[in-house]
Design a protein around this ligand. Sequence first.
Ligand SMILES: *Cc1c(COP(=O)(O)O)cnc(C)c1O
Length: 421
Amino acid sequence: MHDIFDLAESRVRSYCRSFPALFTRAIGHQVFTEDGRCLTDLLTGCGALNYGHNNPTLKRAVLDYLAHDGIVQAMDLHTEAKAAFLRRFRRVILEPRGMPHRVMFTGPTGTNAVEAALKLARKATGRATIVAFTGGFHGMTLGALAATANRDKRRGAGQPLPGVLRLPFDGYGTADMLDFLERAIEDPGSGIDAPACFLVETVQGEGGLRAASADWLLRVQALAERSGALLAIDDIQAGCGRTGSFFSFEPFGLKPDLVCLSKSIGGIGLPMALLLIEPSRDVWEPGEHNGTFRGNNLAFVAAEAALGYWEDRAFQDDLAQKIDILDDRLEAIAARWPEHVAGLRGRGFMRGLVLQGPGTAALVSRQLFARDVIAETCGPDDEVLKLLPPLTIPIDALTQALDTIEDVIAGLASVELAAAR
Ligand SMILES: *Cc1c(COP(=O)(O)O)cnc(C)c1O
């Protein structure tokens, strides 16, 4: 069954190695395999499916658009679908949050939105250095990869990746490097020049689900301001409601110059990426960051329909309630099994269980998969079990998945006790 993939596909493939099955259909939080299994998806395309697989409302909009021969590929030509998305995005997302930002449609992947952010920050400031943080993940193309912390991922480049100054993320060690950098930038003898931008995730998706505090993020913002650098928030994974609010930085009163969005912005898993640009920073010349696939109009249609959720108080209340349920349950699991759970990470519907001992998180992930729950691991040593339920998951499906997770963790106890005897 899987012969064709071994035979024909590059060794580079990754997620499929953790979840060996042949997937056929998917709806909401459920995915189906050709041998008749139905699994609960807590991976959700790494946050690209916040509104669930084949969300009926979004799917209807896409099907209607296609049925009427709506233009699908238009590069950056003006289209009805793009106009509708831009209007609703301003009305529902930007204006209520006091954000004057312009929308730049980049190539359709997250990494391209990051590339655009880095290029624009360098062009706007005339400076080269990007400040990025330990544990950060920003994508796989050379510019974004330079800002990505993971050594194995950077090694894939096969060449030096210059232009990045790495600083400790919130909670990493004790040295206060923000104070140091502030002093160094002002000191012409320090050997450290002022950076073009600070690129930061508020919750680190791939790097291990560490969540930055409001205090720390505000200090990064203040330092960016004082040093004449831009603040770029990479909200590709943490945005689009993943932490409970549309943008992950909303609760903290941050005012980023640049915001990268991708993953769930396309609503139904269609490729789409945006860079939001504070207008005074929009110094592009026409065509300076082009790309053939900046006009995925099917994605615009689904994206526009998805914004309906952010006009719907009931959706947001329901999400807040489910976040409370997830919080309570994870705290109970951590309290009950301290010998296996070293800690909890993340925020909102973007959570991690740090498991004790090498390989434990991967073991839990494998056992969950055997019991029809898909949950990936993350972090530098794959020590964190990552939970990204669809925002639309019904409460009973969420609690059922959590029951299974607790069961598997409880099972670890008996296996190890048996081994110890
Ligand atoms: C996934 C991700 C990216 C890269 O997006 P791709 O679509 O995979 O290129 C960048 N930043 C963050 C925070 C991500 O989670």
